[in-house]
Structures are given as structure tokens and as C-alpha cells.
Design a protein around this ligand. Structure first.
Ligand code: NAD
Length: 322
């Protein structure tokens, strides 16, 4: 039985990943500052611990027998309201940097067989994402680097950190750049929620014919990948010989106004939009999936409407239970 460690197992993607790994029969240890918010983890061993601390990282990798593989998803992060205001920059850089510096070094010392690192589309240069209809996010367009947030700079640094350990110490690494992953069991209120969850919540709370606030003019473009498709591609990348970085995202690009329309459609409500000032991020972004399709044979197969349908109804049930 494979023994794996999921760092960030109390978070959105980490929690879904633990459930998936358990369904495959793996032995799973999860570690996080907190338990998953909305349902219990199925991890065989769940450690509450701070991965900025070296002794915690040593303990989760080395205690109780060999860990074969690590999935590193822990990060200090949130949606645009957390990442783009600038108020959390030093925390984001320090906390996530410490986590990655500790984990890759200890994983190397422990001869872990493989490690997955979750980078982000936020590493891509702002200068290629000014035109909402034509953003460029192919893997080879990352340099000359110019991310528009410190979150993106830390991710880029850590990608390079994992690649350097691979070059100098031969530890097998797998790197993905996630593009806006969403779905049920994700944060949907409180300030760290991302656009799909925030918009589903606002639509769910609005009356039919009502108005919701949206940051910016709503013409900024993005793509959104449903969680099941994300987990599928992470597993395929991990089980391949490929290193990356690879984009893991959807190429079904929509404007934020269209995202609102999709949620309103699912809710069967007519919704008006009130555009207000807010933190926005780049003007346009879409996942470029050419490379991952060519190398791994993977393409997303989950339409936005279906994913928003699942997410909306889950958030609606959360609101009803409050
Ligand atoms: P999340 O915030 O739900 O999960 C991250 C988890 O890391 C949280 O549970 C948090 O408590 C934990 N964590 C933070 N600091 C820690 C510490 N010091 N010690 C232990 N645990 C700590 O985020 P997510 O959406 O599940 O994202 C997972 C990974 O994927 C992150 O690295 C994120 O940057 C990356 N990513 C996510 C998206 C997305 O759309 N969700 C997009 C790009 C990249």
C-alpha cells in the first residue's frame, strides 16, 4: 500500500485529494493548521501542525514509517480580496516560502520517492494578460517574469526551488500551475473565498430580480476548473514521468459577467449587476492546455455550467443550514 503525505489536507483541494487517495486504497497522512471545514477528513492520520516549523515538517515526513510520496498544497492564500489588496504580502511570502523551503529539504533528506508541488497561474506576467480577449498563459511565457502579486512571485520562487532540488539531488518533482479551481466544500464566505463561490453565494442570497455587487466592470476574463477534473489531472501528472510545470486549468474562458449569468441561470433567477470598485488582478486569463494535452493526453471535460450547478446548490445548502 502506498503511503502518502498531503500537506494542506485541511484546505479545499487537499481535502478532496485525501478523499480521492483513500478511494484508491492509499494510506494517507494529512497535515494542516486546521481540520477541513465542512466534513471530516478520511486521512488515516491527520496532524494539526504548522509547516513553517522545521520540527513539524520532520515529524510528518519521518514518523511512523516511510512516506513514499508527498502532495504539497499548503500555502497562505485566498481569493482576490486576500491576495491583491497588498495587506497580506509579507505573510504570504514568508509563510508559504518557509513551508516550501522546509518541505523540499526534508523530503530530499528522507529520500521521498516523488513530490507534487501546486504552483499557480498567478506566476504569469501581467504584460501578457492585459487584453481580456487574448491572454497568453502558455507554460513557456512565464519569463521574463512579472507576476502581478507577491503570491505569484513566491510561487515562481518555489517552482524554481523544487526544480533546483531535482537538478542537484535527483528528487523526482511534479509541478502544476492551477488556474482557478472551484467546487463544493470550498470557502464561500469570510474574505478568502474565490470568485465562483462568492458569486454563487451572492446569487443564492439575492431575490429573483435582485442586484448583486461585482468588483470591476465584469469584463475581465477568467477560466474555472471543476475540482474533480483538477484531482484527475494531478493524479495523472503524479503517475507520469513528466516534471512540468504544466497548466492545470480549463480553457473555457468567460467574463465575470458571464460567470454571474451562469450562476443566475442555474439558480433560475434574474439578477442585475452593480459594478463596484474592488481588487481585480489581471484583465484577462485563460489556461493554455496545449502542452499538457500533448505530453499527458489530458484535457478538461467538465463544462462550467455543470460545475457551477454543483457548487451553487452546495452553497445554497450551506446558507440554508446557517
Ligand atoms: P486552501 O487555502 O483551501 O488550502 C491551503 C491549506 O494550507 C489551508 O487549509 C491552510 O490552513 C494550509 N496552511 C496554510 N499555512 C499552513 C501552515 N503554516 N502549516 C500547515 N498548513 C498550512 O487552498 P486550496 O484552494 O486548497 O489550494 C491548494 C494549493 O493550490 C495552494 O498551494 C494554492 O496556492 C494552490 N492553488 C490553488 C488555486 C485555486 O484556485 N484553488 C489556484 C492556484 C493555485
Amino acid at each position: 500500500m502506498k503511503r502518502v503525505l498531503v500537506c494542506g489536507a485541511g484546505g479545499f483541494i487537499g481535502h478532496h485529494l485525501v478523499s480521492h487517495l483513500k478511494s484508491l486504497g492509499y494510506w494517507v497522512r494529512g497535515v494542516d493548521l486546521k481540520h477541513p471545514e465542512f466534513e471530516a477528513s478520511q486521512a488515516d492520520d491527520f496532524i494539526i501542525g504548522d509547516l513553517r516549523l522545521l520540527d513539524v515538517v520532520q515529524q510528518v515526513i519521518n514518523s511512523g514509517g516511510i512516506i513514499d510520496e508527498i502532495f504539497q498544497l499548503a500555502a497562505d492564500m485566498g481569493g482576490a480580496g486576500y491576495i491583491f489588496t497588498g495587506d497580506h504580502d509579507s505573510n504570504v511570502m514568508h509563510n508559504s516560502g518557509m513551508i516550501n523551503l522546509n518541505i523540499i529539504d526534508e523530503a530530499t533528506k528522507a529520500n521521498v520517492k516523488k513530490i507534487f508541488y501546486s504552483s499557480s497561474a498567478c506566476i504569469y506576467p501581467e504584460y501578457n494578460q492585459l487584453d481580456p480577449d487574448n491572454p497568453k498563459c502558455s507554460e513557456d511565457s512565464a519569463y521574463p517574469a512579472a507576476p502581478d502579486s507577491e503570491y505569484g512571485w513566491e510561487k515562481l520562487f518555489s517552482e524554481r526551488l523544487y526544480l533546483a532540488y531535482h537538478r542537484n539531488h535527483n528528487i523526482p518533482v511534479r509541478i502544476a500551475r492551477f488556474h482557478n479551481i472551484y467546487g463544493p466544500l470550498g470557502t464561500w464566505q469570510g474574505g478568502r473565498e474565490k470568485a465562483p463561490a462568492a458569486i454563487c453565494r451572492k446569487v443564492a442570497e439575492a431575490d429573483d430580480g435582485g442586484t448583486i455587487d461585482v468588483w470591476g466592470d465584469g469584463q475581465q476574463t477568467r477560466s474555472f476548473l471543476y475540482i474533480d477534473a483538477c484531482i484527475d489531472s494531478v493524479m495523472r501528472l503524479m503517475n507520469s514521468d513528466l516534471i512540468g510545470p504544466y497548466n492545470i486549468g480549463s480553457d473555457e474562458m468567460v467574463t465575470i459577467n458571464q460567470l454571474v449569468e451562469t450562476a443566475a441561470n442555474v439558480a433560475n433567477k434574474s439578477i442585475r449587476i452593480n459594478h463596484i470598485d474592488g481588487p481585480l488582478g489581471v484583465r484577462g486569463r485563460n489556461s493554455d492546455n496545449e502542452l499538457i494535452l500533448k505530453d499527458l493526453g489530458w484535457a478538461p471535460n467538465f463544462p462550467l455550467h455543470d460545475g457551477i450547478n454543483h457548487t451553487y446548490h452546495w452553497i445554497q445548502s450551506q446558507i440554508n443550514n446557517h
